[in-house]
Design a binder for this molecule. Structure first.
Ligand SMILES: NC(=O)C[C@H](N)C(=O)O
Length: 322
């Protein structure tokens, strides 16, 4: 039987609703009864590591979590890991773990949209599905996976798409790479490329700004004055920005502060298609770094990781090609 670590970090999956309808953290993790029912699937060990709402999660905590998981895999001869997490920043933690953890064992992140005592609570079912996935041979070497609502997604492509629906986690453009059924786990896709940068701290400050019609330069200047080491811009469409912010972006790049471009669209990649002022081609000419389908919050984490390795714009561009 496989040995699986279930490590809790908090989130709605560990919360309950009070008599006034407020959902708050519990002192005792409500998943304990579910853990007992897992004995037919795996030999489960539990680590009550954190109990925080996921809006309280930070990149530093994510890196510490990665270290903890690595230690536990090395010392406890684990076959796989399940991390329970709040859904608001789940995709960020899953992606950061995917970027920095150089282990082949399955790591599966799960959570819930309804707290433990709400009707139709999805936490126990998601936990069972996550443990089934972490205990499956096929999950080896697939990087960090996100399992909720009977679907298996890659950390790289998954995103939270609905504020309350239990089918919130989707991989726009790509879909899930597998499903969890009553009988087991079926994978139907694999990622064509996995990348790993095993940094053990994140020391750089990277901000994320979303473009909007009529955006002015002062917001970019204000962020630049806040002592950032890098900036991610969520651009329009294929990667275009309002012309008013071009001089501000140029100033950042001239100061060796990298600017990374993602699209504010739900699907698709950014490209140097448009040659008008603020268009992708003019951004490329400035030295802006283009991404390949990452969303803003993940590109920000990737830039934080990449800046631990290099500040050279060409090398950063290479890192963002994948
Ligand atoms: N469904 C959830 O887990 C949302 C919650 N606010 C959290 O991320 O901690």
């Amino acid at each position: 039987m496989k040995k699986i670590l279930v490590l809790h970090t908090g989130g709605t999956i560990a919360m309950q609703e009070d008599e006034h309808g407020a959902v708050t953290p519990n002192l005792v993790n409500p998943l304990y009864s579910t853990i007992e029912s897992l004995s037919s699937i795996a030999s489960v060990v539990v680590d009550d590591y954190l109990n925080i709402p996921s809006p309280h999660m930070t990149p530093s905590l994510m890196v510490e979590l990665a270290k903890r998981l690595k230690e536990r895999v090395q010392n406890d001869s684990l076959d796989g890991i399940v991390v329970t997490h709040g859904t608001d920043t789940l995709e960020e933690t899953a992606y950061l773990l995917d970027l920095v953890l150089n282990i082949e064992n399955p790591v599966v992140v799960t959570g819930a949209m309804r707290s433990s005592n709400e009707l139709g609570s999805d936490g126990p079912h998601n936990l069972i599905s996550a443990v089934k996935t972490a205990a499956s041979d096929e999950a080896y070497g697939k990087g960090v996976l996100v399992v909720l609502n009977d679907e298996i997604h890659t950390a790289k492509n998954v995103t939270k798409t609905h504020s309350s629906n239990i089918a919130t986690f989707q991989s726009p453009q790509y879909g899930p790479i597998g499903i969890v059924t009553k009988r087991g786990v079926n994978f139907h896709h694999t990622l064509s490329h996995r990348e790993c940068h095993p940094v053990d701290s994140l020391t750089k400050k990277v901000s994320l700004l979303k473009t909007y019609a009529g955006m002015e330069a002062d917001i970019v200047d204000a962020v630049a004055d806040a002592g950032i080491n890098g900036l991610v811009i969520e651009a329009f469409g294929q990667g275009n920005v309002p012309p008013a912010i071009m001089p501000a972006l140029d100033r950042l790049i001239k100061k060796q502060i990298p600017v990374v471009l993602v699209s504010r669209c739900y699907s698709g990649v950014v490209q140097d298609t448009y040659g008008y002022d603020g268009g992708g081609r003019t951004l490329k000419d400035l030295g802006v770094i283009f991404t390949n389908g990452l969303n803003g919050q993940k590109a920000r984490l990737k830039l934080m990781v990449a800046l631990e390795l290099t500040t050279d714009n060409e090398q950063l561009q290479q890192i963002f090609l994948t």
